[in-house]
Design a protein around this ligand. Structure first.
Ligand code: AMP
Length: 432
């Protein structure tokens, strides 16, 4: 089979690396890819942007691509799957209509409310309907969210009412362009977050391994929100009981609701969940794709053939397959460029990748490119070093052994990825 993967991040490198292990696959193309996919055996980069749908279709036809897998949200939200399907090409991902679950937070909040799925209380405003008095009647902290895609930056946690009003007005003034023309203001939820990712085909759901990501820039969850500074899998906060609740209270009503609304879902569906102190699994957001950096540790643990799972979903046979997992834990540490997230420094040569390649685990690339033979930084989140271990503590040690061999000017990474799970491990050891 010939596979095309759309995107250029760590998620796409992890997909390409995993799919390259499939005995069914002869060639993998990544459009546009990064230095990691360029260097991966059996993988070739194609110089086409992930949103350039006409050129992607032309390429897929010319190369007789059997299956295209869409990594990021932007092509999904502009309808890449609809266009591929109309051209008679197989493409794994939701249609434009189903991808609104990520493309519009206001749409999603209304969807959640209509289908009685737990989520924070909220109100939606445009510049014309904004009611600062309503905001003054709420209790701080509040969370202000740009409706549209804002590359993970459009969510502002406001400690005071005045800050919430200012943040909302800044969005109306164009801080996030058209994405902020509509704004959702919602109640701040306490609890612990978990990422719940599944393969969905209509009303069938194949849950994948659980994970937890770390959004804040610095240790102990301080500093600004980022696209994600690291992730690990499995996430012990999702106990068997919590897993069953998330399936029953979130995933099942969501896929039933999408089908009933005439927009059945196919693809990876990611629910960002805030588990409340009373155990309610509140939905923070949906993503219509795999998470980044959750993909990297999850792909390290996946033993099944990813192509088999995607094909089962496309062929409506999802109920017949299972996903098998390495029982070990995986921890992924994101190595970011200096200045990330506001103004990441680019073009720095990365040292130590050869040494890291000799250690156990895997370094996935995200914001990298080849300059001659050298790998240089080209984005905010540059690499994700993933270690495996019998416990989260062991996996963390393996991940940092990798990360510590790599160097460039201004590299920044957290030292505490997985700390919640490690605290749980230590607490249960102390009990024994
Ligand atoms: P979102 O893109 O909506 O998931 O928001 C990004 C991040 O902001 C989440 O992963 C949470 O850490 C935080 N967040 C979003 N909404 C809330 C909320 N209602 N209460 C507390 N934290 C939130």
């Amino acid at each position: 089979m010939k596979i095309l993967i759309l995107g250029s991040g760590g998620r796409e490198h992890a997909f390409a690396w995993k799919i390259a292990q499939s005995p069914r696959v002869d060639a993998i193309f990544v459009a546009p890819g990064n230095a990691g996919t360029a260097l991966e055996p059996r993988v070739t980069n194609v110089d086409i942007a992930a949103e350039d749908v006409p050129r992607l279709i032309e390429f897929a036809k010319r190369e007789a691509i059997d299956l295209t897998i869409v990594g990021p949200e932007a092509p999904l939200v502009i309808g890449v799957v609809d266009a591929f399907n109309a051209a008679g090409l197989r493409c794994f991902g939701p249609t434009q209509a189903a991808a609104r679950l990520e493309g519009s937070k206001a749409f999603t909040k209304d969807f959640l409310k209509r289908h009685r799925i737990p989520t924070a209380a909220y109100a939606t405003f445009t510049k014309a309907t904004f009611d600062a008095e309503w905001v003054r009647k709420q209790r701080a902290p509040l969370v202000v969210k740009a409706d549209g895609l804002a590359a993970g930056k459009g969510v502002i946690i406001c400690e005071t009412i005045d800050e919430a009003i200012r943040s909302t007005e800044a969005m109306f003034a164009g801080q996030f362009g058209q994405a902020g023309a509509t704004v959702v203001i919602e109640e701040f939820l306490e609890g612990e977050e978990a990422s719940f990712i599944a393969i969905v085909s209509g009303t069938d759901i194949l849950p994948l391994a659980t994970s937890q990501d770390h959004k804040r820039l610095d240790d102990a969850d301080r500093g600004p929100n980022t696209g994600g500074m690291g992730a690990y899998s499995p996430a012990p906060v999702v106990t068997d009981e919590m897993h069953a609740r998330i399936m029953r209270e979130v995933m099942e009503p969501t896929v039933r609701g999408l089908t009933a609304d005439g927009t059945p879902y196919l693809g990876f569906l990611y629910a960002g969940i805030m588990i409340a102190p009373d155990g309610t699994p509140n939905v923070l957001e949906f993503n219509c794709r795999f998470g980044d950096p959750e993909t990297q540790p999850i792909m390290m643990r996946l033993q099944s053939d990813l192509i088999d799972l995607c094909e089962a979903a496309l062929d409506r046979r999802l109920k017949e397959v299972d996903a098998n997992w390495d029982p070990r834990a995986a921890v992924g540490v994101v190595l970011a460029a200096g200045g990330y997230p506001d103004s990441p420094q680019k073009g720095d040569a990365i040292a130590g990748l050869d040494r890291a390649a000799k250690l156990p685990g895997k370094v996935f690339h995200a914001g990298t490119k080849l300059q001659g033979d050298a790998v240089v930084t080209s984005g905010g989140r540059v690499l994700c070093a993933v270690g495996l271990g019998d416990s989260v503590s062991d996996a963390q040690r393996a991940a940092y052994a990798l990360a510590d061999t790599i160097q460039w000017q201004g590299v920044h990474y957290r030292r505490d990825i997985g700390y919640r799970a490690i605290a749980r491990e230590q607490a249960s050891k102390a009990k024994k």
